[in-house]
Design a protein around this ligand. Structure first.
Ligand code: ADP
Ligand code: MG
Length: 371
């Protein structure tokens, strides 16, 4: 979906008031009646019609006639617009740039603030999911609230932001969370490629260990990523150009040595070039993204999700880098010592994401649509 940043600045105050009223009305109505829009916005009927015409032309709302009445629906474009406007008002973003990714349930844009600092805006798009099956958890929904695309997408963004914040605060390698509104999250732009796009690495064994350590550290904090795969791991390459060249030159020699002696040989970084930071973060530093499907290690199927995350990495390393290891973490032994770095339930709840909301979203995520 195209986001037109210029539209952000050019919309009349009346149109905006009416758009905000449509959003408000959408919380209880799939199709918002015109009378309700007039009531919420406080505009005269003529004013409402004119504004709706303008908004419909910009595709921010859709006019629909159902069996009973003519009403208005907020479109994804309208919801995007409202979120962007909130970010602009808070001075979080100033402009919207290129789209850099389209997931099954999200669109990723590069955005920038007034100083030109680039960030990522992730827009949740849970619209293509049928929510009928989450009816059983309706208790958690507020009175009159339907499990609409708007609600579910907003929930996913709130969850992602809450988890990213807690993880970031505890020093996990994740993008810095910056802001959240509606179905959108603004976060640090990681200047790196997904693992998926990396054909060769000089030292698969050390990256493999780093990733397994990350899975273990998450579990010790009561968390399972749930989608720990080569698309959701970005690899920051801390080698200098000179070091990369040297690695490339040495590649053949290394391959011969591995064939001869087996094992794994590290990235060529001279001992004197190993700074504390490099030692700590690794020369190839993984950064984890994509959190809406994270689950607690207390989840009934926690072991299944944990094993699936581990297996994902094993399979990828074996296929891509021909790297296989019999060393990998087991859920039972990771959980046995019972040391928790922090308590997920307490911290995430404190950040504003309730247990009820988590349950609704978990149920949707694990229906199989999200993967
Ligand atoms: P989805 O839920 O649709 O899988 P992701 O959060 O995984 O969305 O993002 C999709 C893609 O967008 C990623 O694989 C990555 O290439 C890119 N991306 C997402 N977040 C960032 C970021 N903070 N910095 C750089 N690239 C990102
Ligand atoms: Mg992803």
């Amino acid at each position: 979906m195209k986001l037109d940043a210029t539209d952000l600045r050019y919309i009349s105050a009346d149109s905006f008031r009416v758009l905000a009223a449509v959003e408000q009305g959408s919380k209880n109505h799939e199709l918002v009646p015109l009378s309700l829009i007039a009531q919420i916005s406080g505009a005269r009927a003529g004013g409402v019609n004119k504004a709706l015409g303008d908004l419909a032309k910009k595709k921010l709302v859709g006019k629909v006639q159902n069996a009973k009445y003519e009403g208005v629906r907020l479109t994804y474009g309208g919801y995007d617009f409202l979120a962007c406007r909130t970010f602009a008002k808070r001075d979080t973003i100033y402009s919207v740039g290129n789209q850099i990714g389209t997931g099954k349930e999200s669109d990723i844009y590069v955005v920038a603030d007034q100083d030109g600092t680039q960030m990522v805006m992730k827009i949740q798009r849970l619209g293509r999911i049928s929510f009928r099956s989450i009816k059983s958890k309706r208790d958690y929904l507020r009175k009159g609230q339907s499990a609409s695309w708007m609600y579910m997408s907003r929930l996913a963004a709130i969850k992602e932001y809450a988890f990213m914040k807690v993880l970031h605060e505890h020093g996990f390698p994740v993008p810095t969370p910056i802001d959240q509104s509606r179905h959108c999250v603004i976060m640090e732009l990681i200047d790196a490629f997904p693992l998926r796009q990396i054909a060769h690495i000089p030292s698969p064994g050390s990256l493999y260990s780093q990733l397994m350590d990350l899975i273990v550290r998450l579990a010790r904090s009561g968390l399972i990523h749930g989608d720990f795969n080569e698309f959701n791991i970005l690899i920051r390459d801390h080698r200098s150009e000179e070091e990369k060249d040297r690695d490339e030159e040495n590649e053949e020699e290394r391959e011969e040595r591995i064939a001869r002696e087996g094992g794994d040989f590290p990235v060529v970084v001279r001992e004197e070039d190993m700074t504390e930071e490099r030692k700590e973060k690794g020369v190839l530093e993984p950064v984890l993204i994509d959190f809406p499907q994270m689950v607690s290690t207390d989840h009934a199927d926690a072991e299944y999700y944990f094993n699936r995350d581990v297996q994902c990495i094993r399979t990828f390393f074996s296929r891509r880098f021909k790297y296989e290891s019999s060393i990998y973490p087991r859920f039972s032994s990771v959980m046995k010592d019972g040391v928790r770095e922090f308590d997920l339930d307490v911290e995430v709840a404190a950040s504003g994401f309730s247990k009820g909301e988590r349950v609704i979203l978990e149920e949707v995520s694990f229906l199989g649509f999200v993967f």
